[in-house]
Ligand binder design. Structure first.
Ligand code: NAD
Length: 508
């Protein structure tokens, strides 16, 4: 594996390596050479050199790479799906969602990036005589730190936006899932990205990740709220910008007019995609008391029917937990909830008969807001159901955790849905869907409020975060400011007159 050509995308000279363990017992993942802090320095310096020329490439050239990348991902999807499944243990359908998301993002950028970042004129200080233009300039070297749960798409979607905006990228994937990230970089190179525009460093967050945050010109972090806080302090000290895509405790509100079949289908995919190891996964469902028992029974019946698996390929609904540590966290969270009074309606067991890291999809009831599970992200296939009496109460409970990533509303009344959405403190609201409607809307921003982070990925906002806005104003005729030595009182009168005139003529 050490001779694998993909490894040349990593800057790593420590001589040490890391051996990830596949959650799928019959599969092996190759070991990964480890970078050290000096490698990060070299990667940044190499990336800065690549930036010098990349930032001057035409948008047409960048679009060509996006176009080719989409084809390559589709063509090589079988191999990519194997890599993602091998590293994460997720079901193949969920691995495919990563590829679909990346292709959609590349297509959005190919078609829209040039228009979003092109220079635009704005109204100037003085009508007709001040010509003001806003330019969007690339920032430099973008450091991307990615988690293990969506290793291909989260290595790619932010990097593609950064690259399209003219930056170079140094990526630090999670150690468990470096191969998915390396495949992503290889595909970009095959699509025509010049060598050095995207480089990888590998290693522990506390050392290699920290060194990247210390040296990059912009940091794009996806991971836990705890790590997000550390990174926010570091970038604050350096006075550089960052986007922080963090955890969630995402609610779903089910109104009494909800269609039961629709609710069950939406809730299943929203809670158990990637075995719940998804930032926008639903972890709590508030159901109108009038329909609570009926909906609970229908949901639990279907959850028990979810097929589990732990092998490469198609054929099951839900796969493994990605690591032993994560499995232990999930199991401990459920046990703790039970000890605090929660009732397990179904699930709640490790299924070593299916795979070493398979955890049953789990539904809890009788959870109250003081329990740990009501306040902490589980990041696993665990959801609790709670009845509500009024919509106001449901909204209050939804907004009660400090997180604010994603939410869902199930109702057949559109007006009610939009009214509830306006009251929900979260970055994305899905009506009659789980997370997929907003997450798949790659033209729209995606990100969190409160402890779920700051900044937005996707859409124009996700591209513009990787640029510095520069305003250039050309002044023709008289100066905007007072000429020193001139009659200040007369200048004052002229200014007041000008303001009145602008208001009268409706000039901006
Ligand atoms: P994590 O914070 O432990 O690690 C994420 C990445 O940060 C890893 O690459 C890790 O090596 C690195 N890291 C750790 N400490 C660091 C430090 N001090 N400095 C720099 N880098 C450091 O998170 P995780 O457990 O791997 O990922 C799961 C979390 O990610 C969940 O909370 C999930 O909700 C969140 N997530 C959020 C989004 C989103 O879009 N909001 C998407 C996916 C995952």
């Amino acid at each position: 594996m050490q001779n694998n050509p993909l490894l040349r995308h990593i800057v790593a000279t420590s001589g040490d390596s890391f051996q990830p363990i596949s959650p799928i017992p019959t599969e092996a993942v190759g070991s990964i050479p480890l970078s050290e802090e000096s490698d990060v320095k070299n990667a940044i310096s190499h990336s800065r050199t690549a930036f010098e020329s990349w930032s001057y490439t035409s948008m047409a050239e960048r679009e060509k790479i996006m176009r080719k990348l989409q084809k390559l991902i589709m063509r090589q999807r079988h191999e990519l799906l194997d890599v993602i499944q091998r590293e994460t243990g997720k079901a193949r359908a969920h691995a495919l969602e990563e590829l679909v998301h990346t292709v959609m993002t590349a297509r959005f950028l190919e078609k829209n990036a040039a228009d979003i970042i092109k220079s635009r004129d704005r109204h100037g200080a003085v009508p007709f005589t001040t010509k003001t233009t806003v330019n969007h300039m690339p920032i430099g070297v973008v450091g991307i730190i990615a988690p293990w749960n969506y290793p291909f798409s989260l290595a790619m979607i932010d990097a593609l936006a950064a690259i399209m905006a003219g930056n170079s990228v140094v990526l630090k994937p999670d150690l468990q899932t470096s191969w998915s990230a390396l495949h992503a970089v290889r595909l970009l190179e095959l699509a025509g990205l010049p060598e050095g525009v995207m480089t990888v460093v590998t290693g522990e967050g506390e050392t290699v990740g920290k060194a990247l945050v210390d040296q990059a010109d912009y940091v794009c972090f996806t991971g836990s709220t705890e790590t997000g806080r550390i990174i926010a302090q570091q970038v604050g000290e350096r006075l550089i910008n960052a986007s922080l895509e963090l955890g969630g405790k995402n609610p779903m509100i089910v109104c009494k007019d909800a269609d039961i079949e629709r609710f069950v289908d939406v809730a299943l995919s929203s809670c158990f995609t990637s075995a719940g190891q998804l930032c926008v996964s639903t972890e709590r469902i508030y159901i109108d008391r009038e329909i609570f028992e009926q909906f609970k029974n229908a949901f639990v019946t279907r959850v028990k029917e979810i097929s589990l698996g732990s092998h490469l390929g198609w054929g099951y609904d839900m796969g493994s937990i990605t690591s032993k540590e994560q499995l232990e966290r999930i199991d401990a969270a459920v046990k703790q909830a039970r000890s605090e009074g929660a009732v397990i309606e179904c699930g709640g067991r490790v299924r070593t008969d299916i795979g070493p890291l398979v955890y049953e999809p789990t539904v809890l009831t009788h959870v109250n807001r003081t329990m740990e599970i009501a306040r902490k992200e589980v990041f696993g296939p665990v959801v609790y159901l709670t009845p509500f009496d009024t919509i106001e109460e449901a909204i209050k409970m939804s907004n009660d955790t400090g997180f604010g990533l994603s939410g869902s509303i199930i109702t057949s009344n559109k007006k009610v849905a939009y009214d509830i959405a306006a009251e929900m403190n979260c970055g994305s609201v899905n009506i009659n869907e789980g997370f997929a409607a907003t997450f798949g809307s790659v033209e729209a921003p995606m990100g969190g409020m409160g402890q779920s982070g700051s900044g937005r990925r996707q859409g124009p906002e996700g591209l513009l975060r990787f640029t510095e806005a520069q305003t250039v104003s050309l002044q023709r005729g008289a100066l905007v400011s007072r000429k020193f030595g001139s009659n200040d009182k007369r200048w004052g009168r002229t200014m007041v007159l000008k303001l009145r005139l602008m208001r009268l003529l409706h000039l901006r």
